[in-house]
Design a binder for this molecule. Structure first.
Ligand SMILES: [Cu+2]
Length: 248
């Protein structure tokens, strides 16, 4: 099921955090027509939160870098981007005055995620609208909400790892059954020893400790810390919206 180049995604993700200011700068002068959204991401980061907008912008950056547009521009603009980031940027460019001028925050995380994806698709002349499926992305975002906020996670330490019973009812249970096993295949792709077993009301997730993921780390991370590993989510959202990726 996983055809996406994970290693590339990870390598790209590692540098994204360090260059997000620079990226916001490129983007505001760039061809993507996503000014409002990028301001949102930038404001979020300046205010101290790493929010959904920034994650979303990483997906777009990943896409640009895969197309070979990102890295040259990124380095060329890095200094300027950092400068703007540190000084708040307001007034230095009309487009960067979100904090003081036109509001940019979407108000709701899934709304903002979908808005950004739709803007990416509309700015891309190669978008195949006969395949685009925003409803599928919305269902996935509902799954994410259920698993992140409503699933119960009972963690138990083993001698060589941890075991987590992830359970819920109704819509939450559906989301657990779809998302947790899919994430475990992704964890395995990036070198984690993880597996899932079905439970009547959820999924049992077992993660074995290793040199790179020692028991102390696994206990500290717990269910959510483990689930967020890897850089797959944001690019997957775009693929889902394009109808190019099987739902999970
Ligand atoms: Cu997701």
């Amino acid at each position: 099921m996983m055809k996406f180049p994970w290693k590339t995604t990870l390598a790209v993700s590692a540098i994204l955090a360090a260059t997000v200011y620079a990226y916001a700068q490129i983007s505001s002068g760039g061809p993507m027509g996503m000014h409002g959204q990028m301001q949102g991401g930038m404001n979020g980061s300046m205010n101290g939160g790493i929010g959904g907008d920034m994650n979303g912008s990483m997906a777009e950056m990943h896409r640009q870098m895969m197309q070979g547009q990102g890295s040259a521009g990124m380095h060329g603009n890095m200094g300027q981007g950092m400068h703007h980031g540190m000084h708040g940027g307001a007034g230095m460019h009309g487009q960067q005055s979100g904090a003081l001028g036109a509001p940019t925050m979407p108000g709701q995380d899934a709304f903002g995620t979908i808005q950004e994806i739709v803007q990416i698709l509309q700015a891309d002349s190669s978008t195949d609208w006969s395949k685009v499926n925003i409803a599928a992305l919305r269902q996935h975002l509902i799954d994410m909400n259920e698993v992140t906020l409503h699933a119960a996670a009972a963690e138990r330490a083993l001698d060589n790892g941890i075991e987590i019973a992830v359970t819920g009812e109704g819509r939450t249970l559906e989301a657990i059954k779809r998302m947790v096993p899919a994430h475990v295949s992704e964890l395995r792709e990036i070198g984690w020893e993880a597996k899932t077993d079905d439970l009547p009301n959820g999924v049992k997730l077992t993660v074995t400790a290793s040199e790179t993921h020692p028991l102390t780390m696994l206990k500290a991370l717990g269910f959510m810390g483990i689930l967020v590993q890897g850089g797959h989510h944001q690019p997957h959202h775009l693929m889902m919206a394009k109808g190019e990726f099987p739902m999970h």
